[in-house]
Write a protein that binds this ligand. Structure first.
Ligand code: WT7
Length: 640
């Protein structure tokens, strides 16, 4: 029997070899966080050391002020000394019969420099924005690092995003260069990526498109604009001096969904991000030279940036990326990859774990996973049952399970248990990372006691890797993060509570952002998209629980003219595919006569959600049109 609320601790062997073995680090970090981070920053190579660790000009702040560095010097050059011919990157392709590609630190160094030189020759300068719309290929890693090498700002766009989603990201950041591929493999099919590019860059400032030849599919070609990767690097030298970057120079922009369907062009800078990406990986995954690290996230997401690329390189470990899907051509693929390469550290999302759990007996019995030492989870709350399954069946009860909380905005992990310290408590993410101050507040800003749910906030000095802005939109920056409790408290938009040991449990978002298979989607964004359909008068979208994906959207629509449910469904799903991509599909679409509204006309999404889940509806006296409830209930029950 599993004991409820049981705390788990690391085994002796792991504890003994861990970078962090006991609680004293929390005391040190808590006493003087600025000094604490200032000392950690000394583990990074700087061209010029920072003069001051932290400056606060609310709602803005700076870290490692006056410091000059280049992240690639830390990720590549530094490793040439002791790890020149050590494997840096393993790429596991789909189709499975194809050869994997293995790049040593020296290989990666040369490839990055060649592309960096080519980008320079093509006119890319420090501060220019370069879009990267690539699937999981070694070239995506090379592209990001090549940009960072010359001080260009990379904007990685998830390859499963549609051409419309690509367009928005390129337009908002005014990128003039795009790196992409002809196509790629997923679930046995070739996806024609170049086709999305041709459509997506219309109306943007993109002048050159660099194309990696991957799938060999037929593509259209525009002379003078499109360039093959192979051709542009052919004559380039494999040395390129790293650009001297100021600590606060922008490293990258990553677009995420904000509340009410807004896009947030999240801006990360060089110094703080480098320090945080380095030290969080070192302590949370306890990176050691012999490790094989597999972060399963696509590089299109923040997890893929920090732990799929930068953190392992900054720590000199071997890491793995893969093309395709973890359960294709069969549900064993993820397990086979772990066994094939002897993965020691496995980092994935609850949605993937729940999918693996579905095949439980068949896989977890077959594989011993003897190489595994540490397991990680990220992106959404992991429920107790799934936590136990992951811990027992994959980790065989032997591996610490670090549930890591962070956000695209925070740049790196900020809440978790450390593997050599613990405790690991199912469904709780753990303690604030050493040197980071969190609080849980009520609506008025009072600090809440143990076991009371409230808004999760970060207090000064925040975190070195926290976002520095929204690209060209100070208004969005202030409103989204620094208005709930004034301009000195960062509002996470999450609800959480802590237990008597201070371990934090994340309850969920307070805004309209939902996590669909770990992907961040705003229901407002979906409503905006669906409203563009010419026959939709109004619609309401909300997230409801789903056993594998965590959450999925359901949709209620009011139509102008009669149309069959089948036809509406088809067209609306097509619309979402066009605007976002295949990563999100409504679980149900209901055609209704009217939506429940307050007297001031606000749609009561909460009531719709409760109608769907069957929970008590609560107070209906706020409604101007309570008569619509019965009709909606009937629709839900009859699925018509
Ligand atoms: C939101 C941020 C870049 C990190 C991955 C997701 C939720 C994240 C956890 C966790 C419960 C979590 C929060 C957060 N979240 N990690 N371990 N337990 N919830 O980043 O896509 O920017 O989403 O994901 O709600 O606010 P993201």
């Amino acid at each position: 029997m599993l004991k409820k609320n049981k705390l788990y601790y690391p085994g002796k062997e792991l504890k003994n070899k861990a970078w962090v073995k006991n609680n004293s680090i929390y005391i040190k970090g808590g006493k003087n966080p600025i000094k604490f981070w200032g000392e950690l920053a000394k583990e990074i190579l700087w061209f010029k050391s920072p003069k001051k660790t932290f400056i606060h000009q609310p709602p803005y702040f700076k870290w490692f002020v006056g410091g000059k560095l280049n992240i690639t010097q830390n990720a590549l050059d530094r490793n040439l000394k002791e790890r020149k011919n050590k494997v840096a990157l393993i790429w596991e392709p789909e189709p499975l019969e194809e050869q994997s590609r293995i790049l040593t630190y020296y290989d990666l160094y040369r490839e990055v420099n060649r592309l960096a030189n080519a980008l320079k020759r093509l006119g890319v300068k420090k501060g220019d924005r370069v879009g990267i719309y690539l699937p999981m290929l070694p070239e995506v890693v090379i592209s990001m690092l090549a940009c960072a090498r010359i001080g260009a700002i990379h904007i990685v766009v998830f390859s499963a995003f549609s051409s419309a989603a690509l367009k928005i990201r390129l337009q908002d950041t005014k990128a003039e260069m795009l790196i992409t591929a002809d196509g790629y493999y997923r679930r046995g099919k070739i996806i024609n990526l170049k086709q999305s590019v041709d459509k997506g860059i219309k109306g943007t400032k993109v002048k050159k498109v660099i194309v990696v030849k991957r799938a060999g599919n037929k593509i259209s070609w525009k002379k003078n604009r499109d360039l093959w990767w192979k051709d542009i690097i052919e004559k380039e030298k494999d040395e390129c001096k790293p650009e001297v970057m100021d600590s606060e120079d922008t490293l990258f922009i990553l677009t995420e969904s904000g509340t009410a369907g807004q896009y947030l062009q999240i801006l990360h800078t060089t110094g703080g991000y480098t320090v945080q990406a380095y030290i969080t990986g070192k302590w949370v995954f306890d990176f050691k030279d012999e490790d094989i690290f597999w972060c399963m996230a696509d590089v299109g997401w923040a997890t893929g940036h920090t732990y799929g690329v930068y953190s392992p390189l900054l720590n000199g470990v071997t890491f793995l990326i893969f093309e395709g899907a973890p359960d294709w051509p069969n549900p064993h693929r993820w397990a086979q990859i772990i066994e094939k390469y002897g993965v020691t550290t496995f980092y994935t999302a609850p949605t993937a774990i729940r999918m693996f759990e579905k095949y439980n007996g068949k896989i977890s019995k077959k594989y011993k996973f003897e190489s595994l030492q540490i397991l990680g989870s990220v992106g959404e709350p992991i429920n107790e049952a799934t936590w136990h399954w992951y811990f027992q069946k994959v980790g065989k009860g032997r591996c610490p399970l670090v549930d890591t909380w962070w956000q695209t905005e925070t740049g790196g992990i900020l809440i978790t248990s450390l593997p050599g310290v613990g405790p690991f408590k199912p469904a709780f993410t753990g303690l604030p990372f050493p040197g980071i101050k969190f609080d849980i507040l009520d609506e008025k800003g009072n600090s809440l006691p143990v076991n009371k749910e409230g808004n999760l906030v970060i207090l000064p000095p925040f975190a070195p890797g926290l976002l520095r802005g929204i690209y060209k939109s100070p208004k969005k920056y202030k409103k989204t993060y620094w208005s709930q409790y004034g301009n000195k408290i960062y509002f996470t938009s999450d609800v959480a509570y802590k237990d008597k040991n201070g371990l934090i449990r994340i309850v969920g978002r307070v805004d309209d952002v939902i996590k669909v298979a770990g992907h961040r989607i705003s229901t407002g964004e979906l409503e905006n998209i669906l409203s563009k359909h010419s026959n939709v008068i109004e619609c309401a979208v909300m997230g409801v629980p789903h056993e594998i994906k965590g959450e999925v959207p359901i949709v209620f629509v009011v139509l102008k003219k009669k149309m069959s449910l089948e036809k509406v469904k088809k067209e609306l799903i097509k619309k979402i595919r066009e605007e976002i991509g295949p990563i999100v599909k409504p679980k149900e679409i209901y055609l209704v006569e009217d939506l429940p509204k307050t007297r001031s006309g606000k749609i009561m999404r909460r009531i719709l959600k409760r109608l769907f889940t069957g929970e008590p509806l609560g107070d209906l006296s706020v409604l101007a049109n309570p008569e619509c409830i019965d009709e909606i209930r009937k629709r839900i029950l009859s699925k018509a």
